[in-house]
Ligand binder design. Structure first.
Ligand code: FES
Length: 167
């Protein structure tokens, strides 16, 4: 046995500051905490969905520093210093992002489980290019899956906004 305390890196909770939807949150999190779980369980932001554990569906799409990211693919501690945006940020109770109203208009949801992820992915496409083409929209939404088959309505919504030149 060596002298003094063993050189062990703690796996216990540590203080982590996350910036989510414009607010800073200081949380005690284990280094292994996954962003999706922290958003849903610690911050009660349940828009992003926990569909699978292999980041295969896109239902957990959020934006980090403006880019679409699967929240189940990141550890929370990886997101320190970054700006995290969830679907909840697209409505303040009075004003609703036109991607959301467009989904309603074009009947782009059935069970709705994939919808928050698609809304965020669609918003990300249109932020990147407010006049996105059909090909760009389809390509950039390619990582999101809808088992109910609402792709047509989602594409129509995105294209309609893109034709107006974006919000
Ligand atoms: Fe049901 Fe997309 S609306 S999975």
């Amino acid at each position: 046995q060596g002298k003094g305390k063993p050189n062990v890196v703690s796996s216990g909770a540590t203080k982590v500051k996350l910036t989510v939807n414009g607010k800073d949150h200081v949380l005690m999190l284990e280094p292994r905490a996954v962003l999706l779980d922290v958003l849903r369980n610690d911050l009660n932001l349940t828009g992003c969905k926990d569909v699978d554990d292999r980041t295969a569906s896109g239902a957990d799409t959020v934006m980090i520093d403006g880019k679409p990211v699967l929240a189940s693919s990141r550890l929370a501690i990886q997101c320190v210093g970054q700006t995290i945006q969830t679907v909840e940020s697209l409505s303040d109770g009075k004003n609703v992002d036109e991607v959301i109203t467009g989904f309603v208009k074009h009947d782009a949801m059935q069970c709705g489980f994939c919808t928050p992820g698609f809304v965020m992915a669609t918003r990300a496409v249109l932020n990147k290019n407010p006049k996105a083409s059909l090909e760009e929209i389809q390509k950039q939404l390619g990582g999101n899956i809808c088992r109910c088959g609402t792709y047509h309505g989602i594409t129509k919504c995105a294209l309609e906004i893109a034709k107006k030149g974006g919000a």
